[in-house]
Design a protein around this ligand. Structure first.
Ligand SMILES: [Zn+2]
Length: 249
């Protein structure tokens, strides 16, 4: 048994046993791991926020090789996002981003770049008034970091780059121009401004993106394509999908 120290972001959390809480966290040093906080629900010393999704923690824990769960020995809260609770919209996109990382990463596989991206996105989420844009921007970065998507520029069938309307193929996340989309019975509902958003997101910081050029409806439309692609590619079920895609909020 060895004692380890990691920075972690809580991805999900649930009560277990009489007063314990188990969490899945994405750690910077050791990837996705599960932990148990013994007696957290009765503890006065450790706040419950330590186990809340989105919280960034400094964890000290007993590492057992081959064990699924590690017992937390000490923890310190570095960042917490309980203040987002006032905005259902922001909470929803936070849960979406956490689930996206959870469902697209393998256990115990560290990806420090992805950890830093998630930590930065949570900070931006607190201040932005465009959470749907942030979630879409983040999702594109996750897929690029994991090497799943590359160039989304030209129609995959005819090579056309000027696409005022297009569709994204759920199989490979490549675009199809209006004409080709219709030929394959797909709905070319995405607009040219979404295509520009995808292109610029590869080379630009979120703060430098022209967010006003893409409507929230268009962003949600692209998020739908992203969700469909992720579910197929990673063979997962995104629980937050329906929440994020209910456009009536
Ligand atoms: Zn085409």
């Amino acid at each position: 048994m060895e004692i380890r120290k990691s920075q972690g972001i809580v991805l999900s959390s649930r009560p277990t046993g009489e007063a314990d809480r188990s969490i899945r966290a994405f750690t910077r040093e050791h990837g996705k791991k599960s932990f148990i906080f013994k007696g957290l629900r009765k503890s006065k010393k450790r706040p419950m926020a330590a186990s809340e999704p989105g919280t960034v923690l400094e964890l000290v824990y007993y590492f057992h090789e081959g064990k699924d769960f590690h017992i937390v020995n000490e923890c310190a809260i570095k960042k917490q996002y309980t203040d987002l609770r006032g905005s259902l919209d922001k909470m929803m996109f936070m849960f979406f981003m956490l689930e996206l990382v959870d469902k697209t990463t393998a256990p115990a596989n560290p990806v420090p770049r992805l950890f830093d991206m998630l930590a930065a996105a949570l900070e931006v989420l607190r201040d932005t008034d465009k959470p749907a844009h942030l979630a879409a921007f983040f999702a594109l970065h996750v897929l690029r970091t994991e090497g799943v998507i590359t160039d989304v520029r030209a129609c995959k069938q005819c090579g056309r780059t000027d696409m005022p309307k297009f569709a994204l193929d759920f199989q490979d996340f490549l675009p199809l121009c209006e004409t080709c989309a219709r030929r394959f019975s797909m709905n070319p509902s995405l607009t040219g401004s979404v295509l520009n958003f995808i292109k610029y997101s590869a080379v630009s910081k979120f703060s430098a993106m022209h967010l006003d050029s893409v409507s929230r409806e268009d962003m949600l439309d692209m998020l739908f394509s992203i969700c469909m692609f992720v579910e197929r590619y990673f063979n997962v079920d995104l629980k937050t999908k329906s929440m994020v895609l209910s456009k009536n909020l």
